[in-house]
Design a binder for this molecule. Structure first.
Ligand code: SF4
Ligand code: SF4
Length: 272
């Protein structure tokens, strides 16, 4: 089964020169749920750094599991030459299809989809990946093993080719600019361990373009990582509040996932 889609396979009349992932030209919406999520985070932003939680043991285990520091862009090195951006017009791949390209959503993404009335795109059930695919894609294996991936939903995919349900028959992203964070920053990818932003190996086509766009992609890659930290803290500390906001309805609950690891320590959010 092919797991990549070309322009020709998606549309009878492929439209040239239109498919572009970029940031900076328009701003995304900020509605009621997004605002409430930001307010919730503001409450926890400083508190979680101190051991004030009543769940001190869980807090210690959470901190032991991964680095909880929010990263400032100026402390991250950029290995990508200024002005380098994806050349989607020349690309033969459409990276919005294929099970390996399923989009893992952040809490912010869920809030945004709620605010713009596109919750039909949210799926709590995650795809399972063949062992051979995980062997070829170590980053995917790491993602799948993470607790955040298990708890948070993904964007719905359709058909044998597993095309993102937000992609129109004309190969346009119907969510842009209200698209998920990982789509906004792609192919810029932050390696938290190395404190570096690198070009994602899944994207084969690049070009020189405006520096403003490459800088926006760099900043978006750091913001996407920081959003994971925020998600880990809120999922550990504020699940009832997330339920009250309606976001909890799209999150996996303890005992619901047949693949849930049995050891409580493994249930802590882990940043992949
Ligand atoms: S793989 Fe890269 S160049 Fe190709 S469509 Fe995706 S972002 Fe654009
Ligand atoms: S949300 Fe848009 S950019 Fe992201 S995978 Fe779907 S169609 Fe592609």
């Amino acid at each position: 089964m092919p797991h990549r889609i070309s322009r020709e396979t998606r549309s009878d009349k492929p439209t040239p020169s239109w498919f572009a992932r970029w940031v900076g030209e328009t701003t995304s919406a900020s509605g009621e749920t997004m605002t409430a999520l930001d307010a919730l985070w503001a409450k926890y932003d400083r508190a979680w750094r101190r051991l004030l939680s009543r769940r001190v043991i869980q807090e210690l285990m959470l901190r032991a599991s991964f680095d909880l520091d929010l990263l400032a862009p100026e402390r991250i090195s950029n290995t990508i030459q200024a002005g380098t951006i994806p050349d989607c017009e020349k690309c033969e791949d459409i990276c919005c299809a294929g099970v390996e390209n399923v989009v893992s959503l952040r809490l912010r993404d869920v809030a945004l989809l709620m605010d713009i009335g596109r919750t039909d795109l949210i799926r709590r059930e995650k795809p399972r990946f063949a062992e051979s695919m995980l062997e070829r894609r170590p980053a995917l294996r790491e993602l799948v093993a993470s607790e955040l991936f298990r708890l948070l939903p993904v964007l719905r995919q359709e058909g044998e080719l597993r095309i993102c349900a937000a992609l129109s028959p004309e190969l346009r992203c119907t969510l842009h600019p209200n698209w998920p964070l990982s789509c906004e920053r792609f192919p810029y990818t932050l390696s938290a361990v190395r404190r570096q932003v690198v070009w994602g190996t899944r994207c084969p086509s690049k070009q020189q373009g405006p520096t403003a766009r490459s800088e926006a992609l760099f900043k978006a890659s750091v913001a996407t990582f920081n959003e994971r930290v925020r998600d880990a803290v809120l999922l550990a500390h504020a699940r009832p509040a997330l339920d009250r906001l309606g976001i909890g309805a799209y999150l996996m609950r303890p005992g619901e996932d047949p693949f849930e690891p049995p050891e409580p320590a493994h249930r802590l959010p882990i940043i992949a």
